[in-house]
Design a protein around this ligand. Structure first.
Ligand SMILES: Cc1cc2nc3c(=O)[nH]c(=O)nc-3n(C[C@H](O)[C@H](O)[C@H](O)COP(=O)(O)OP(=O)(O)OC[C@H]3O[C@@H](n4cnc5c(N)ncnc54)[C@H](O)[C@@H]3O)c2cc1C
Length: 385
C-alpha cells in the first residue's frame, strides 16, 4: 500500500503494468531500432479505455482523473518511451484541447472517437520560427471566408500527425497580433491542402512519429473553431500546463526503467572479486537515483492532485516537469555509467532510455520556460493558472 494512491489508482496501475509487461516493453527495442510506430499496442489500448482515460464518460471516455493519466504515462514509459509519448500527445494535448474547450458539436464529432481510440489526435503549435514564443512567432493564418476558415502556413514537430484523424492547429486569426490574436482550429487529416511531411529523423523516440505539416488553402467549417476566437493562446497555455504533468510522469517512468536496469546490472556484473553492487560508489549512485525518482514521482502526483482538486496547479506542474525531466536525465546518465561500456551499447536498454528522455527537457515547455513560469509564480506575477 502506498499513501499516495488509493485502491482504485493502485488497481489501475497494476492493470497498466501488466499490459505494458506483455504488450509494450517486449517491443520497445524493436520500435526504436526499426523506427516502428507501435501500432499493435496502441490499438489494444483503445478497448481498455486507456486512450480516453480522463475523458468524461458521456463522451466515450473512462472518466478517470489526472492522477490516473500520470500513472498511465509513467507505466507506459517504463516500458517504451515512444509508446508513452504517442499516447501523451494524443490524450493530454489534442484530446485535452477538445475536451476542455470544444463545443458539443466538436465533442460529438471528434472527442467520442478520440476517447475510444478510433482515431488519434495531434496538437500543432510549433512553427519553423516559433516554439517558446508562440504569441509573437506564429505565422500560420486562419481567415474567415464565407462559412469557412481558410488556413495557410507551416508547422513543425507535430507529434502523431501521420497517424492522427484530427489535428488541432494554433493559427493567427487577428493580424493585429498580441495575446488575443490566436485561435485553435480542428482540422481532419484528410482535408485537401494539408500536407504531412515524412517523419523527422530524431535522436530518440524513434517509434513516435513527428512531422512538419504545411497548410495551403485548407478549408474547414467555422464550427471547427475550438473554444473562443482569439483565445487560442490562453487555451494552449492551459493545455500545456496539464501536459507538463504528463511529461513529468513520462520522465519518472523512463528514470524508473533505467534505474531497474542499473540495479539488475550492478548485481550481475563482477569486478575486483564480486558484484559491483558491493562497491559503495555504485551503492551511492543507486541510493541517489532511487531518492530522486521518488521525489519526482511525488511532485508529479501532487501537481495532478492539485489539478483534480480544481486548485491552481500550473506552477506545480512546471516544477514537477522541470524536476522530473532533469532528474531522469541524471538517472539515465548514471545508469549508463553503472553499465560501463555496455551502457553505451544499443544491446542494453539504458542507451535508448537516455535518448528518449532528452526530448522531455524540451517539449511542452523547455526547462528554461518552466523556470520562467516558476519564477513568475514565486515573484507573485502569475494569474490563477
Ligand atoms: C520530438 C519532438 C516532438 C514535438 N512535438 C510537438 C507537438 O506535438 N506539437 C507542437 O506544437 N510542438 C511539438 N514539439 C516542439 C516543441 O514543443 C518545441 O521544440 C519547444 O517548445 C521549444 O521550441 P523551439 O524548438 O522553437 O525552441 P526555441 O523557442 O527557439 O528555444 C531555443 C532555446 O532558447 C530558449 N529560450 C527561448 N525563449 C526563452 C526565454 N524567454 N527565456 C529563456 N530561454 C528561452 C529555450 O529554452 C531553448 O533553450 C516537439 C518537438 C520535438 C523535438
Amino acid at each position: 500500500m502506498d499513501f499516495t494512491l488509493d485502491n482504485e489508482h493502485r488497481m489501475l496501475q497494476e492493470m497498466i503494468r501488466d499490459f505494458v509487461e506483455k504488450e509494450v516493453k517486449p517491443r520497445a527495442a524493436e520500435v526504436d531500432r526499426e523506427h516502428k510506430f507501435p501500432k499493435e499496442a496502441i490499438e489494444k489500448m483503445g478497448p481498455l479505455g486507456l486512450l480516453g482515460l480522463n475523458v468524461p464518460e458521456e463522451w466515450g471516455g473512462a472518466g478517470a482523473d489526472t492522477l490516473a493519466t500520470a500513472i498511465l504515462y509513467e507505466e507506459l514509459a517504463r516500458g517504451c518511451g515512444s509508446t508513452a509519448l504517442t499516447v501523451e500527445a494524443h490524450l493530454s494535448l489534442a484530446t485535452a484541447a477538445i475536451n476542455l474547450f470544444g463545443s458539443d458539436f466538436l465533442k460529438e464529432k471528434y472527442l467520442t472517437r478520440l476517447a475510444t481510440g478510433e482515431i488519434l489526435g495531434a496538437l500543432s503549435l510549433t512553427e519553423p520560427g516559433a516554439g517558446s514564443d508562440l504569441k509573437g512567432g506564429v505565422r500560420t493564418r486562419a481567415e474567415k471566408v464565407g462559412n469557412e476558415w481558410v488556413l495557410n502556413g507551416s508547422k513543425m514537430w507535430t507529434t502523431n500527425a501521420s497517424v492522427a484523424g484530427v489535428i488541432v492547429f494554433l493559427a493567427r486569426t487577428d493580424p493585429a497580433g498580441g495575446s488575443r490574436s490566436l485561435s485553435l482550429i480542428a482540422v481532419p487529416t484528410d482535408t485537401p491542402g494539408l500536407t504531412i511531411h515524412p517523419a523527422e529523423r530524431k535522436m530518440g523516440l524513434h517509434g513516435c512519429k513527428t512531422h512538419a505539416v504545411t497548410l495551403e488553402d485548407v478549408r474547414v467549417p467555422l464550427d471547427h473553431l475550438v473554444g473562443e476566437e482569439n483565445r487560442g493562446l490562453h487555451q494552449t497555455l492551459e493545455v500545456l500546463a496539464g501536459g507538463r504533468i504528463g511529461i513529468g510522469a513520462l520522465s519518472v517512468g523512463l528514470a524508473q526503467a533505467a534505474f531497474e536496469e542499473a540495479v539488475k546490472y550492478a548485481k550481475e556484473r563482477e569486478a575486483f572479486g564480486g558484484p559491483i553492487a558491493n562497491l559503495q560508489a555504485i551503492q551511492f549512485k543507486l541510493a541517489d537515483m532511487a531518492t530522486n525518482i521518488e521525489i519526482a514521482r511525488l511532485a508529479v502526483y501532487r501537481a495532478a492532485w492539485l489539478k483534480d482538486q480544481g486548485e491552481p496547479y500550473a506552477h506545480a506542474a512546471a516544477m514537477a516537469k522541470l524536476f522530473a525531466t532533469e532528474m531522469a536525465d541524471r538517472v539515465c546518465y548514471e545508469a549508463i555509467q553503472i553499465h560501463g561500456g555496455y551502457g553505451y551499447s544499443a544491446e542494453f536498454p539504458v542507451e535508448r532510455i537516455y535518448r528518449d528522455n532528452r526530448l522531455m527537457l524540451i517539449g511542452e515547455g523547455t526547462s528554461e520556460i518552466n523556470r520562467l513560469v516558476i519564477a513568475r509564480h514565486v515573484l507573485g506575477e502569475t494569474s490563477r493558472n
